[in-house]
Design a protein around this ligand. Structure first.
Ligand code: TYD
Length: 138
């Protein structure tokens, strides 16, 4: 049985502060713990809308609330937790194999996502029952 905690990690990114404001940066295989192949962002999410509802076979993701906040529910089928992502210098690393849902997007939230793979629909499990079936085989 794989422990829920082993599927994710919150990573604090560098923050360079001076009189001109803050600057945060990240590089693949350094602060971001995988080689980055793809970047996408989610924005203008209407109130009460939720996203995600899938798991990946191979893909790692790194999610940051560049502006505002959102919550991620992580679910192995046996354990669940909720992570609040609300700081532009903290990233949530989501490893493959965990069911995840994004919800409670604040008004004006900008979610930046870095991914270890190019987009490939065959890397997704979008059916929760299918996910549970594959989890029990682990
Ligand atoms: P979807 O997986 O539903 O987004 P979320 O994870 O936020 O629930 O993706 C929405 C659509 O965008 C879907 O048709 C797949 C497409 N898409 C791409 O073409 N490339 C990408 O990199 C991503 C993330 C999604």
């Amino acid at each position: 049985m794989v422990n829920l905690n082993s599927y994710y990690q919150l990573i604090t990114l560098p923050k360079v502060t001076d009189s001109r404001g803050n600057l945060t940066f990240m590089e693949g295989n350094k602060q971001v713990p995988f080689e980055v192949k793809r970047v996408y962002y989610i924005y203008d999410v209407p109130e009460n809308k939720t996203r995600g509802y899938h798991s990946h076979y191979d893909q790692h993701q790194f999610l940051i609330a560049i502006n505002g906040s959102f919550e991620v529910v992580l679910d192995t089928g046996r354990e669940q937790c909720r992570i609040i992502v609300d700081n532009p210098n903290i990233g949530l690393h989501i490893k493959p194999g965990i069911w995840h849902v994004m919800e409670n997007f604040s008004k004006g939230c900008l979610l930046l996502a870095l991914s270890s793979h190019e987009y490939d629909e065959s890397d997704y499990i979008r059916d929760y029952n299918q996910y549970l079936k594959e989890q029990t085989m682990l």
